[in-house]
Design a protein around this ligand. Structure first.
Ligand code: PMP
Length: 406
């Protein structure tokens, strides 16, 4: 059962505009996706009708907001197939989720000489918090290398695992190259080694049906704004028995059971990790984004995205001066490339003049750029509202750019 793409596109008001007198072509979805009207309306409805602080009010609005917030937590739990809503911690986004885990995991489990494994493909958000932690604890950061195509070298990964490996932190999908990592295998190998695993799901959550029980990952992080939801909200999933053992990240209201100057005790899960007034409006927006994805069917969205990626890849392969960066066996939604002799920034600027939004640079993934021997790429990242006609315009615009630069 497919979806009608025109009806799908019509739900995104921002896509109706023109940029530089051209209809907008938005190919920057790995940075953030656009928002459908139902997400925008949900946030507006909260502020219009029941804005109130939650969990501590006895009055009507506070109770209504609390109920809505906790119902959204259940929607997130169902969406990623967690076993309990206690396993769903609301954060500011993927970066915040990983920093929370790096702090709390580090304080609880990491000792001098222990090791953490990341990969060469990671976004800076899944490198720097671990680096900071390793510095603090005198632990060691180990790195899974990739091959020239951008696939992780699993043999090398196996060799890195040892009795000091406490945690493996890898992305589900690479934001820079689009590589879909074999996370189930990575998790399985880690568990056989008695190591825990965090999956950075920032680039997977809008494209792949995520089942944390089936993956058996210990932690999973993602951002709402990359899955049609609002910015400023994200999730850290963690297995309940692990979250229960972890030290809290931030202190403040909400995260405590009782406070005295002699001794403070912490609240139960998930509140132990949610200090301060939460972002209620955007949690409700995230719930609307989940409903939106479920209404359309994530598999249907993936079919459209794959068609566009395959079409773009085959059209780009026909252009002489194009070099595609990242040719992994399994890719999701990202076409990273260079044009011989033209700086990526210049390409991005010319494309913008023709109404086409792409990203240029290192995509917050300097190590993988270095591995590929480049400074950056031009990245087109797709969503289900992108069409083959847009790819045709993109290809024409690339030819024009090449002509202009000679
Ligand atoms: N990890 C990956 C793979 C990403 O693509 C991103 C966003 N570009 C992040 C982490 C960070 O997400 P956020 O900025 O929403 O915290």
């Amino acid at each position: 059962m497919g979806i009608n793409q025109n009806q799908f596109i019509a739900q995104f008001p921002i896509l109706k505009q023109q940029i530089n007198k051209y209809p907008l072509v938005y190919f920057d979805n790995a940075a953030t996706t656009q928002k459908p009207q139902m997400v925008i309306d949900r946030i507006s409805n909260y502020y219009t009708n029941f804005n109130s602080n939650i969990h501590r009010g006895v009055h009507h609005l506070s109770q209504k907001a609390t109920d809505a917030y906790e119902k959204a937590r259940i929607s997130v739990k169902d969406f990623i197939h967690a076993t309990s809503s206690k396993e769903i911690i609301f954060t500011k986004g993927t970066t915040d989720s990983i920093n929370l885990l790096a702090f709390s995991f580090g304080e609880t489990f990491l000792k001098e000489g222990d090791e953490i494994i990341v990969s060469e493909l990671e976004h800076h958000s899944n490198i720097v918090p671990w680096q900071m932690l390793c510095e603090r604890k005198k632990a060691k950061l180990r790195v899974i290398p990739v091959n020239d195509e951008g696939d992780l070298l699993l043999n090398e990964y196996s060799k890195l695992l040892n009795e000091r490996t406490r945690l493996v932190a890898v992305g589900h999908v690479s934001n820079a190259l689009g590589t879909l990592n074999p996370v189930k295998k990575i998790i399985d190998l880690a568990h056989k080694n008695k190591s825990l695993v965090l999956i950075d799901g920032a680039q997977a959550i809008a494209h792949i049906s995520v089942n944390v029980q089936d993956l058996d990952c210990d932690f999973y992080a993602f951002s709402s704004h990359k899955m049609y939801g609002p910015m400023g909200i994200g999730v850290l999933f963690g297995k309940k028995n692990l979250l229960e053992q972890l030290q809290p990240y931030q202190g403040g209201g909400e995260m405590i059971a009782s406070v005295s100057f002699e001794k403070t005790t912490y609240n139960e899960l998930p509140f132990k990790f949610e200090a301060g007034t939460p972002n209620v409006a955007d949690v409700l927006g995230l719930e609307a984004a989940i409903e939106f994805i479920q209404k359309e069917g994530i598999e249907n969205l993936a079919v459209l995205e794959e068609e566009v990626l395959n079409y773009a890849t085959s059209e780009f392969q026909k252009i002489d001066r194009i070099q595609i960066i990242g040719k992994a066996k399994n890719k999701v939604g990202v076409l990273s490339f260079l044009i011989d002799g033209i700086h990526p920034y210049d390409v991005g600027t010319i494309l913008d003049q023709m109404g086409i939004a792409v990203r240029t640079g290192n995509h917050c993934a300097e190590p993988i750029m270095k591995r590929m021997g480049i400074r950056g790429t031009i990245r087109a990242s797709f969503s289900a509202y992108n069409t083959k006609e847009e790819i045709d315009r993109f290809v024409q615009a690339i030819h024009k750019t090449i002509e202009m630069f000679g």
